[in-house]
Design a binder for this molecule. Structure first.
Ligand code: IPE
Ligand code: IPE
Ligand code: MG
Length: 247
């Protein structure tokens, strides 16, 4: 029997199925505050509200994995006071949001060098992950003190050590093996990577994983991002034609 025709995308190709894994570079908090003559921390506070809203919306839309870039390994270059404020907001978010994540069955994951954050935060994160580890999902991944180049280097180092110890044949290092050594191993492939605030760069986020992700740059500042903006992004994704090098 002839299979049913797949829905056609705008460009005539098959329409992409809904994204399983969406990642967001949450940018523009500072500019949101500046436009209102407010201190940058006010923008970060509204940014946390957007995180709550958008993670709820993602669950409603059936997105399996939502990965949020919360603090990059380069963000330490910011003034000490801002870094302190951001860490304070993270504490607040974990404290206030965890019960809902647990009751909604969300599995929390954290990627990046988060074990180098302050000991109280590390303990909080450890506790939060432990409380959700047996949840069925969806998965909320928070990238904290994350840098993709460091992630790739760590994987390379691990594989080199295995080769040195004779447990790994260098010829066996292929894409799948490398991917399985990254922090995102066992997550579905990244389908859609969104950056807010009009900037068009990846800022050291998910460089390996973005190889075939659809990229979407939106002008909306992160504190203004909501369910509707997310729906629009998913809609745009649906009209993309993913070719993966084929025709
Ligand atoms: C994103 O907003 C939040 C973090 C990087 C933690 P920004 O703080 O980068 O906001 P802009 O880019 O200055 O507007
Ligand atoms: C990227 O935003 C990092 C996060 C969103 C956590 P930045 O605002 O730090 O990126 P650059 O400095 O503009 O590249
Ligand atoms: Mg920024």
């Amino acid at each position: 029997m002839k299979p049913l025709a797949a829905p056609r995308g705008k460009s005539g190709g098959p329409q992409a199925p809904p994204p399983r894994h969406v990642a967001i570079i949450m940018d523009g908090n500072g500019r949101w505050a500046k436009a209102r003559f407010l201190p940058r921390i006010a923008g970060h506070k509204q940014g946390v509200e957007a995180v709550r809203r958008v993670s709820r919306a993602a669950r409603k839309l059936g997105i399996e994995v939502l990965t949020l870039y919360a603090f990059s390994s380069e963000n330490w270059r910011r003034p000490e006071e801002e870094v302190r404020d951001l860490m304070g907001l993270l504490r607040h978010f974990l404290g206030s949001e965890l019960d809902e994540l647990v009751s909604e069955g969300v599995k929390l994951r954290v990627i990046g060098d988060w074990r180098r954050l302050s000991p109280d935060l590390v303990a909080m994160i450890d506790g939060a992950i432990a409380r959700t580890v047996n949840n069925p999902g969806p998965t909320l991944v928070i990238a904290l003190n994350y840098g993709a180049q460091a992630e790739i280097l760590a994987a390379a180092r691990t594989l080199a050590e295995q080769a040195r110890d004779g447990t790994l044949d260098p010829a066996a290092i292929d894409e799948a093996r490398f991917e399985a050594t990254l922090e995102t191993a066992d997550l579905p492939p990244l389908d859609l990577l969104i950056r807010t605030s009009g900037e068009q760069r990846l800022s050291n986020f998910l460089l390996w994983q973005a190889a075939y992700a659809e990229l979407l740059f939106v002008d909306t500042l992160w504190p203004d991002f909501d369910e509707e903006t997310l729906e629009q992004a998913i809609d745009q994704f649906g009209r993309r034609q993913r070719r993966f090098g084929g025709l």
